[in-house]
Design a protein around this ligand. Structure first.
Ligand code: UDX
Length: 436
């Protein structure tokens, strides 16, 4: 099929390349000339495992192209819209400027029978307001939320655990769902659940999934707070409750909490939307989820201060990690960078390293010092703070080796990813999150 993908960020660029890799002809469209130039050269504009490969293959096959010219959407059977919905500058609600602009620029290019598939994460009710404009152009709107995780985006797009299509009632909606089934034919043929809903449900599936995941993380981080005053160990607690299949161990990783371009802004936007709908109290707990999450960053800073005897002023601190999670170069709302910035604000001399995210981190916080080499970062440090659990720090960093580089013997494990016993045995004072 011929497809267009409007918006070539983390979501759209992966979607475009993934759709080409399963055999479609795809044009990716974005207003950012730099991004389009990189993609047109077959270069991934950000780090995402597997993206470079499918991008190169797609370009070589002639089935994948990128442009800033919206005219290129002409003739596509399905137009995906995957532009960003950031948090508003003032307030918690989602900023729909890019979505509205994308729809406004796309509408004149729609033909009778075309499908527009909204993928952006939007406040519930958005699709219903966009649908009439799409219908006026003779096309049909479906809402097709995206559940990809950064770091696994290619796999999650080609082989998702479920597909959701929010459609209009009746024959027009059924036809739209059938066309989406055709787009995702390989996944559908494998028996991937394909759930057809109304618009509001499809929009809510996305935000409620993210709300649930954020709540799960904050739940275990709340338990970490209780563990801290009782001498309990939250990692053992998570293992023990995680064996209950109704609970499950995944997303019970206590630490400095969640960040990134989705969970933080999505739960805030959800709470803001619920408020507008007169149902603020239904998701009031999301404010607590957010507050617990932010407190864990404070806690990591407190532990560093404690470890360094009451003040970090003038102390050299090696910060391992800047990305909001491993396998990503994304530093949007990164708890790791936030901890580094806070320590810097307290007068510490901060040196940050990360296998992938240094360039993005430097653009956002040029005041910090960045060093690409892990061991150089550790040299002469008074304390070590591990805030993104890359294998380079978690598995491939022996405490005995670190001891040959640093001055101090204080380690704060912001992700509970280090082997506490091994660090202690090597003479270190180890601090975990919610662990004795
Ligand atoms: C998330 C959702 O998982 C995905 O389905 C949605 O489409 C977009 O938002 P992503 O932002 O890529 O994906 O990251 P995710 O893997 O969910 O991690 C989010 C944050 O939670 C990270 O900062 C991570 O470090 C943190 N996290 C995750 C924890 O603190 N503990 C955990 O146990 C799991």
């Amino acid at each position: 099929m011929r497809l267009s993908v409007i918006g070539c960020g983390y979501l759209g660029a992966v979607h475009a390349a993934a759709m080409a890799s399963i055999g479609h002809h795809v044009v990716g469209i974005d207003i950012d000339q730099r991004k389009i130039d990189a993609l047109s050269r077959g270069e991934a504009p950000f780090f995402e495992p597997g993206l470079q490969e499918i991008l190169s293959e797609g370009m070589a096959s002639g089935r994948l192209e990128f442009t800033t010219d919206i005219d290129a959407a002409d003739g596509s059977a399905v137009h995906f819209v995957g532009v960003g919905t950031p948090q508003q500058q003032s307030g918690h609600a989602a900023d729909l400027t890019y979505v509205n602009e994308a729809f406004a620029s796309l509408t004149p290019h729609l033909r009778e029978g075309d499908i527009v598939a909204g993928k952006s994460t939007v406040p519930v009710g958005t699709a219903a307001t966009l649908a009439p404009k799409v219908s006026d152009a003779g096309a049909t709107l479906v809402w097709n939320p995206e559940f990809l995780r950064e770091g696994w985006a290619v796999q999650d797009t080609i082989d998702p655990d479920r597909l959701v299509a929010g459609v209009l009632e009746g024959a027009e909606g059924e036809r739209a769902a059938d066309i989406l089934r055709e787009v995702y034919a390989p996944a559908v043929a494998k028996g991937t659940p394909f759930i057809v809903t109304d618009y509001a449900t499809a929009e809510l599936v996305k935000v409620s999934a993210n709300a649930f995941l954020a709540t799960k993380i904050s739940f275990i981080n709340a338990m970490a707070e209780i563990a801290e005053v009782t001498g309990a160990d939250v990692t053992l607690l998570a293992d023990a409750i995680g064996h209950d299949v109704r609970i499950g161990r995944r997303f019970l990783g206590a630490g400095i909490g969640f960040g990134g371009g989705c969970l933080p802004k999505d739960i805030r936007a959800f709470a803001a939307r619920a408020e507008e709908l007169g149902r603020g109290e239904s998701v009031n707990f999301l404010r607590e989820v957010d507050a617990i999450n932010m407190r864990r960053r404070d806690r990591a800073v407190e532990l560093v201060i404690e470890g360094l005897g009451g003040s970090v002023f003038g102390k050299k601190i090696a910060v391992l990690g800047a990305a909001f999670k491993p396998h990503s170069d994304d530093v949007r709302d990164s708890p790791a960078l936030d901890v580094a910035v806070r320590l810097n604000g307290l007068g510490a001399e901060i040196v940050v390293t990360d296998p992938r995210a240094i360039d993005n981190a430097r653009r956002l916080h040029p005041q910090l010092t960045y060093v690409a080499d892990r061991d150089e970062t550790l040299r002469d440090a008074d304390a070590v703070v591990m805030v993104t659990e890359w294998d380079e720090y978690r598995r491939e960093m022996a405490p005995e080796h670190v001891s040959t580089l640093t001055d101090g013997r204080v380690v704060v494990d912001g992700r509970n990813g280090l082997d506490a016993a091994a660090w202690r045995a090597a003479g270190w004072t180890y601090y975990g999150m919610g662990r004795p």
